[in-house]
Design a protein around this ligand. Structure first.
Ligand SMILES: [Zn+2]
Length: 327
């Protein structure tokens, strides 16, 4: 989907607000330092005077003087640094601190949209504000191995729920640290065993590292596909309408199998996961369906993409939703 003019303006206004915020924080910090360390302010004034003098010397072509002045500047800057740190402040306390260090909250790097701009577009077009709220609660710092019992043994693999989740989180951690690697993950298992919680953990970690992540339930994904069904079915139309779904660094499809499955959804799902595999972009799918049910529900080519290109993890154990409630 493309941003319309007013959505584009909304994003640019957000950047303006971020920049004003960074400047306001900086000037408040200057005021604080001036009040607490008046000698810092003296040094700052001295720096300004010397810089102006150095500029004048350079204009006159007096390079010897200019060099002397820049040595002096360096030593005053060092004095300022020591003064700040001896008062317990970090060295960069008075710098402008932008939310996105790549584009300094302008949204653009070298004339191209920054990845934070792409994420802002995803958030706006796909209404990701709910999921952002959930990520504050469902993340690795709130993940608890105690939810998985040592006594719950999977009859097929013979391992315990705890041993299994330890293995799964190991793979999840390497998925995160190797990202972007083009790896894909499929979590399957009964309702309430923590599949969605895990996908939330991954989404939160990668968003925190500045990657673009689009989180959609299978129902929402197929709703979008049917909303933008084109008469002529041209590839270019699809690419355009679903650019974020096809191009975001990580697409998470939650609860696959809850949508109404038919030949339309089958062909769209194949298109989506296949395009992403070809582009080397990661996708994570969670589903309550067993592998056998997946095979029977979706086309053979979808099932073969899943088994060939996805790291498949069964999650099992007790219903963690009940355990999460216990203190
Ligand atoms: Zn940025």
């Amino acid at each position: 989907m493309k941003l319309n003019n007013s959505q584009y303006d909304t994003i640019m206004r957000m950047y303006d607000a971020k920049q004003s915020h960074a400047r306001a924080v900086q000037s408040a910090r200057y005021e604080e330092i001036n009040a607490r360390l008046p000698e810092y302010d003296e040094l700052r004034k001295e720096t300004a005077a010397i810089s102006a003098e150095a500029a004048r010397a350079a204009l006159r072509g007096d390079m010897t003087k200019r060099e002397k002045l820049s040595d002096k500047l360096a030593s005053i800057n060092e004095e300022k640094r020591i003064l700040l740190s001896s008062a317990g402040y970090p060295e960069d306390y008075l710098d402008l601190h932008y939310e996105c260090p790549l584009c300094n909250d302008t949204g653009f790097v070298g004339g191209q949209k920054c990845r934070c701009f792409k994420q802002a577009a995803i958030d706006l077009l796909y209404n990701q504000s709910n999921i952002k709220k959930i990520l504050l609660l469902e993340n690795f710092s709130n993940f608890n191995y105690d939810w998985y019992s040592e006594d719950y043994i999977d009859p097929v693999s013979g391992i315990s729920a705890l041993e299994n989740i330890v293995n799964v989180t190991k793979d999840v951690n390497s998925f995160i640290s190797d990202f972007p690697s083009g790896q894909n993950l499929l979590f399957y298992g009964d309702t309430g065993v923590g599949k969605t919680f895990l996908t939330h953990c991954i989404a939160g970690e990668l968003l925190g590292k500045g990657h673009s992540v689009l989180y959609l339930s299978a129902i929402d994904l197929f709703d979008l596909f049917s909303k933008y069904a084109f008469d002529n079915d041209s590839e270019a139309d699809y690419r355009d309408a679903f650019s974020q779904i096809l191009d975001c660094e990580l697409l998470i499809i939650d609860d696959l199998g809850t949508e109404l499955v038919n030949s339309f959804t089958n062909s769209r799902l194949f298109y989506c996961i296949n395009e992403r595999i070809l582009a080397g972009l990661s996708t994570i799918i969670s589903t309550n369906l067993s592998l056998e049910e997946l095979m029977n529900t979706y086309s053979e080519r979808i099932f073969s993409r899943l088994t060939m290109s996805y790291g498949i993890h069964k999650i099992f154990g007790d219903d963690i939703r009940l355990k999460k409630l216990k203190p």
